[in-house]
Design a protein around this ligand. Structure first.
Ligand code: NAD
Length: 694
């Protein structure tokens, strides 16, 4: 949102509050305008984004008491934060809270929102940017919602192993078609502006300058809410709810079993039992939320939330990189360039193949579309993204990202050319996945300002970036790159130059073991099902196809050549596929046929613990080695990297957290048994015995 407008909202609300001598020194400011409309503005002074904490709710209660005593014609609630309306509940407040304390807090919080709902003047939430979780629930307690173009609404609690807890489970299905409301809550998805209007969440969609007009239209009765609540009546019959709930449970089961993700099932249960009775529904919501908060799943997902925040807030210094030059506009270079441009960087891109530059522009449009950018934002992104066949941008760039083919001699040539033109102080980062930076640095122009920025494919969907240092990378360079990643909304994890860095080193043993199992005659569908049942987003055979079998082979070969520890033999199956040109998704065929989109293999056969452990334990073992060898700074960072790069079962809290919960002795014993049965690649790392030395 326009920063001038935000300033205007802040100033006007301050003036209004000051003029009337109203409360205004906490998270909220309140004042009335000349038309006796009350404006209540949320602007937490201790954070750059609004979240809903206990204090925010208590202060809201105090304001509501004052508003009840001197009722305005209408009450408008909005945010003065550029980031949006409110991002959800304050997770710090919830983490570690006991069940009884949770119930007490939620009961009090419900009282505040019920008080808002019960005000005898019209209440209107004006939403710009995201209104998520408790933020959305606050807006739901208002009579009307005005969405500023670009606003989005969502109840993502399910991603923390929870469901809404501030009345949202009751209010949303009362407001819109109940099964659509349940769908939003069960998937934790977001309704962007148009969808929010179509669903009936937003009563009006306007541009910022028309907010005042929209408020007047509401007060003049020009905004129709006739259809509201009609659909909820269709589900007042228990039999109708039961049929819908059965369907929802079936659907939830296809995504995750109740034992791993109890929240969706708990939500369906309370909706089926109580949604015809708003009071009972609210009570059931509180009890169910408090119980879910105690579940291992929720604790682990909250842990993942904190791991993300740690990576996000890890930068020590400002992001001073304004201009990025990308060399190579292939699969990775195009994505990196488009992503950086969308995040506000000036980007120039060089590739000897002009078709690749054209494809990059089309890719940028798609990335903007996936990110729900509007026409103006997409145009601005494209304005910042310049194809640069002659490489004029090199001399102006603060950071050059090399994403040319994975051939050391070609990278050496590219570095030599860049060396002649690089601006003084600029950083050169390579996106290599498998080459050694210690070897590459020989050809780099400024050794201390040479590092790795290992993005993952696709860049817009995989948030992790490995920031790779070799022995000569300066601390300043690493810090600048970490700040840069934070500045472009990616999650950086700092790793050392070691074969495969962290993520590929841990992922490859898992992928190779899957292919060895196939070689032993286990059907690929059963292998993929085992991994999915463990909680991986996709099975290893499907993943290998998606990554590209040629890339898997390259990385596996490079790892087996450079690692001191025993690695799996490269399965003959993999070489055969690559030789036949069946490279996976990109060629339409690999181990699976991709002509109809992503395969979703399902096996009805019993999945044994042996099968799952044979797949998962090699990955855990490699993570342990990386922590012990100092490739990554800590077990937490290793967990975060594996979750945010590979989607490692988030409800298990990360590979090393899972190992800890299961017991290191158990992991070691299983690996020892596998080493005897299947070979030295399973030799347990010394980490499991508590060793932290190399
Ligand atoms: P790609 O083959 O899709 O793209 C390489 C691009 O480099 C091509 O467009 C090519 O025309 C261009 N190129 C060739 N010679 C060049 C030169 N002299 N100067 C500039 N550009 C030149 O490769 P990719 O998959 O995008 O991989 C690029 C890098 O990213 C590699 O180092 C790879 O290891 C790494 N990487 C790839 C993936 C992945 O999944 N594809 C993931 C992470 C990292």
């Amino acid at each position: 949102m326009d920063s001038q407008l935000i300033e205007y909202i802040k100033q006007s609300s301050l003036e209004l509050g000051a003029a009337k001598g109203a409360l205004g020194d906490g998270a909220w400011r309140y004042g009335k305008d000349d038309e006796n409309i009350g404006w209540l503005v949320l602007d937490r002074s201790d954070a750059s984004a609004n979240t809903i904490s206990e204090t925010v709710l208590r202060e809201l209660d105090a304001h509501l008491a004052q508003i009840e005593a001197d009722l305005p014609r209408a009450l408008v609630i909005r945010s003065a934060k550029a980031q949006g309306f409110a991002m959800g509940a304050d997770i710090d407040m919830l983490a570690g809270m006991e069940a009884e304390a949770t119930e007490t807090l939620l009961t009090e919080a419900h009282g505040v929102l019920d008080r808002l709902e019960g005000l005898s003047c019209p209440t209107i939430a004006v939403v710009h940017g995201p209104a998520l979780g408790a933020g959305f629930e606050l807006a739901l307690a208002c009579d009307f919602r005005i969405a500023i173009d670009g606003a989005s609404f969502g109840l993502p609690e399910v991603k923390l192993g929870l469901h809404p807890g501030l009345g949202g489970t009751a209010r949303l299905p009362e407001l819109i078609e109940p099964t659509a409301a349940m769908q939003l809550m069960l998937t934790g998805s977001t309704a962007h502006t148009r969808k929010a209007r179509d669903l009936g969440i937003a009563d009006v969609v306007v541009e910022e300058r028309h907010v005042r007009g929209a408020v007047t239209a509401i007060l003049n009765g020009e905004v129709n809410q006739n259809g509201r609540g009609l659909m909820a009546r269709a589900f007042s019959l228990a039999s109708a709810r039961s049929i819908a709930a059965t369907r929802m449970r079936r659907e939830a089961k296809t995504k995750a079993p109740e034992a791993d993700y109890p929240a969706p099932y708990a939500l369906i249960d309370i909706w089926e039992k109580y949604s015809h009775d708003p009071k009972a529904m609210r009570k059931a919501e509180i009890a169910s939320f408090a119980k879910l908060l105690q579940s291992e799943t929720s604790k682990n997902l909250i842990r993942v939330f904190f791991l993300r925040r740690k990576l996000k807030d890890g930068a020590e210094g400002a992001n001073d990189i304004a201009h990025v030059h990308v060399t190579g506009a292939g699969t990775m270079g195009a994505d990196i360039a488009a992503w950086c441009a969308m995040q506000g960087k000036r980007v120039t891109v060089h590739d000897p193949d002009t078709d690749a530059l054209g494809a990059m522009i089309r890719r940028a449009v798609q990335i903007c579309k996936d990110a729900h950018k509007n026409t103006l934002e997409t145009r601005d992104t494209l304005d910042r993204l310049t194809p640069d066949p002659a490489g004029y941008g090199i001399a102006r760039a603060d950071l050059v990202i090399e994403a040319g083919p994975e051939k050391p001699e070609l990278k050496a040539e590219i570095f030599a050319d860049l060396g002649k033109r690089l601006k003084s102080g600029a950083i050169l980062a390579t996106n290599t996945s498998s080459l050694s930076l210690t070897d590459l640095v020989v050809h780099a122009p400024a050794k201390t300002r040479f590092a790795g920025l290992h993005f993952f494919n696709p860049v817009n969907k995989v948030p992790l970036v490995e920031v790779v240092s070799h022995s000569q990378t300066s601390v300043a360079t690493r810090k600048r790159l970490i700040a840069f990643c934070n500045g472009i909304d990616r999650l950086p994890v700092s790793v050392d130059d070691a074969p495969g860095f962290l993520v590929n080193r841990a992922l490859m043993p898992y992928l190779m073991e899957a292919l060895l199992l196939m070689d032993e005659g286990i059907p690929k569908e059963r292998i993929d099902t085992a991994a999915r049942q463990f909680g991986m987003p996709m099975g290893p055979v499907t993943l290998a196809d998606q990554v590209g079998l040629d890339i898997c082979l390259d990385v596996a070969e490079s790892l087996s050549q450079s690692l001191k520890t025993p690695t799996a033999d490269i399965p003959a199956l993999l070489r055969d596929k690559v030789e036949a040109g069946h490279l996976g998704r990109k060629t339409g065929r690999g181990f699976y046929d991709w002509s109809d989109g992503t395969p979703s293999p399902e096996s009805g056969a019993t999945i044994t613990d042996d099968l799952t452990d044979r797949l998962i334990l090699p990955m855990l073992n490699a993570c342990a080695t990386c922590v012990r060898e100092g490739v990554v700074g800590s077990a937490d960072e290793a967990d975060a990297a594996m979750i945010f790069a590979t989607g490692f079962a988030p409800f298990r809290g990360g590979p090393l957290h899972y190992a800890k919960a299961r017991g290191h002795d158990d992991i070691r014993a299983r690996l020892e048994a596998f080493a005897v049965a299947h070979g030295a690649r399973f030799t347990p790392d010394a980490y499991w015995r508590g060793s932290t030395t190399v």
